[in-house]
Design a protein around this ligand. Structure first.
Ligand SMILES: [Zn+2]
Length: 136
C-alpha cells in the first residue's frame, strides 16, 4: 500500500475524532444514567419495572459503545481503555476555556493551537486523557 498523503492522514484523524466524540457522549450518558440510578435506588423509589427499563438503557449504551470502539485504531483503543479504567469513566475530555476538563490544568497557548487544529489526536500533558476541542 502506498504511504498515506497528508490529506488522507487528516481525513483519518478527523474520522478518529468523530468516533472519540461519540464515545465521550456515550460515556457521559452512562455516567448520568448511573448517577440517576443510584439516586433513585437510595431514595427507595425503584420498582422492578423501572430497574428493567434502566438496565435496558445501560445495555443499549454499552452496545453502542462496543460499535464505536470497534472503529477506533488499536493503539488509540488501548489508551482509551487504560484511561477509562484509571479515571473511572472519563477517558476523553473536552478542552474548553483553555483548560483540560479532566484535570482542570491550563493548557499552554501553543498546545491549544495544535489541539484547535484537530489534525492530530492530542493528550493532556498533565493527566494523559484524550482531548477533544470544544469551540469557545
Ligand atoms: Zn488533563
Amino acid at each position: 500500500m502506498p504511504p498515506k498523503n497528508a490529506d488522507e492522514k487528516k481525513r483519518d484523524t478527523s474520522l478518529d475524532l468523530d468516533v472519540l466524540r461519540e464515545l465521550r457522549n456515550i460515556d457521559q450518558s452512562l455516567i448520568s444514567l448511573k448517577a440517576a440510578f443510584e439516586k433513585l435506588k437510595s431514595a427507595g423509589d425503584l420498582t422492578d419495572d423501572d430497574i428493567d427499563v434502566i438496565m435496558q438503557e445501560f445495555e443499549d449504551f454499552v452496545s453502542g459503545k462496543v460499535t464505536q470502539l470497534d472503529k477506533v485504531r488499536n493503539d488509540l483503543r488501548a489508551l482509551y481503555e487504560r484511561y477509562y479504567e484509571k479515571y473511572h469513566d472519563r477517558a476523553i475530555v473536552s478542552v474548553h476555556g483553555g483548560v483540560c476538563h479532566g484535570c482542570f490544568v491550563t493548557i499552554p497557548p501553543m498546545r491549544l493551537d495544535i489541539i484547535r487544529r484537530m489534525d492530530s489526536i492530542e493528550f493532556c500533558d498533565n493527566c494523559g486523557r484524550i482531548l477533544i476541542w470544544e469551540s469557545e
